[in-house]
Ligand binder design. Structure first.
Ligand SMILES: [Zn+2]
Length: 305
């Protein structure tokens, strides 16, 4: 599992068929060998099925490699899933549902959108650790895309609303290490403190501008700076840079983001940023998380995103 495909050609050689993709998923989902998701028994028999499937020696239950995962009951071939995961994880700007539909020859936009949305759900690592040490925290806003902006058209500016976003960048040796982004209801102390409590370790020191929403945040240290009109890039250089890349990405790849799905898109941006030095390991990790997460239906994704 140590070697990841480094190019599209290598990817195609390694995953030419659903069978090859299935074997890879077995190794990703059960690196120590099959373990029954129903009873936890670790012995089972491999069955001859279209997808790799095991019958548990303890409870006789049959589990396919995609059962109970993000890929559960999908009608798409595994090759399409793996291509989509590869393109979303390794392309420096990611890939939109519209681009996936075209590149992978997916029948409908809705199917492509759902595929991308399901993979995006797997981009939050439930075991990730909060940011530590010195952490820049800053807020910004993104233009809201409305129903009047069709996929692939418009510039995301027809909606007048702007969506508040907060970002935190862990800085180590003057370099950015890890990022968190969250959609906010507003810029109040209550909203900002809730984000900081969740994203930043209690013993960290945050560096912010002089906005009144930051004092009293649940961290050990606070270094507030008064930022003049032109100097944000000097005082908070990394959040400043991340926000400008985020805005370019939101317009360039997606033609603006919808409020309803904003957090999922922010999670996607964070996933790629935090794995920017090893995008190919990111592909492996994305599929690993995809096999850990329970299945969500289209209705659930519409309702809770
Ligand atoms: Zn079992």
């Amino acid at each position: 599992m140590a070697v990841f495909p480094r190019s599209l050609i290598e990817f195609q050689r390694r995953f030419p068929t659903d069978a090859a993709c299935g074997e890879y998923l077995v190794a990703v989902r059960w690196p120590q060998g099959f373990c029954c998701p129903a009873c936890g028994h670790d012995r089972g028999w491999r069955l001859e099925r279209r997808l790799p499937t095991f019958e548990c020696a303890g409870c006789d239950r049959q589990t396919s490699v995609t059962a109970g995962t993000v890929m559960h009951r999908s009608h798409l071939p595994l090759t399409t899933w793996l291509w989509a995961a590869y393109l979303m994880a390794t392309h420096s700007n990611g890939i939109s549902a519209l681009q996936l539909q075209g590149q992978l020859g997916i029948g409908s936009y809705k199917t492509a959108w759902l595929l991308a949305r399901k993979l995006r759900r797997a981009m939050v690592d439930p075991d990730r650790l909060p940011l530590a040490g010195l952490v820049e925290v800053d807020e910004t806003s993104l233009p809201q895309r409305t129903k009047d902006d069709p996929p692939g058209g418009g510039h995301g500016r027809s909606g007048k609303g702007r969506m508040p976003v907060v970002g935190a960048v862990e800085v180590e040796g003057r370099k950015p290490k890890r990022l968190r982004l969250a959609a906010l209801a507003d810029y109040s102390a209550r909203s900002l403190h809730a984000f900081i409590a969740q994203a930043v370790a209690p013993d960290a020191t945050i560096k912010t501008d002089a906005w009144q929403g930051y004092p009293g945040a649940p961290v050990a240290g606070h270094d507030p700076r008064t930022v003049g009109a032109m100097a944000a890039h000097l005082v908070l250089p990394w959040t400043h840079r991340v926000f400008s890349n985020l805005k370019r990405w939101a317009l360039g790849t997606y033609h603006g983001l919808r409020r309803h799905h904003l957090q999922a898109y922010l999670d996607e941006f964070v996933f790629r940023f935090n794995r920017r030095h090893d995008r190919h390991a990111a592909f492996h990790r994305l599929l690993g998380l995809a096999t850990l997460l329970p299945h969500a239906s289209y209705q659930m994704l519409i309702a809770h995103s």
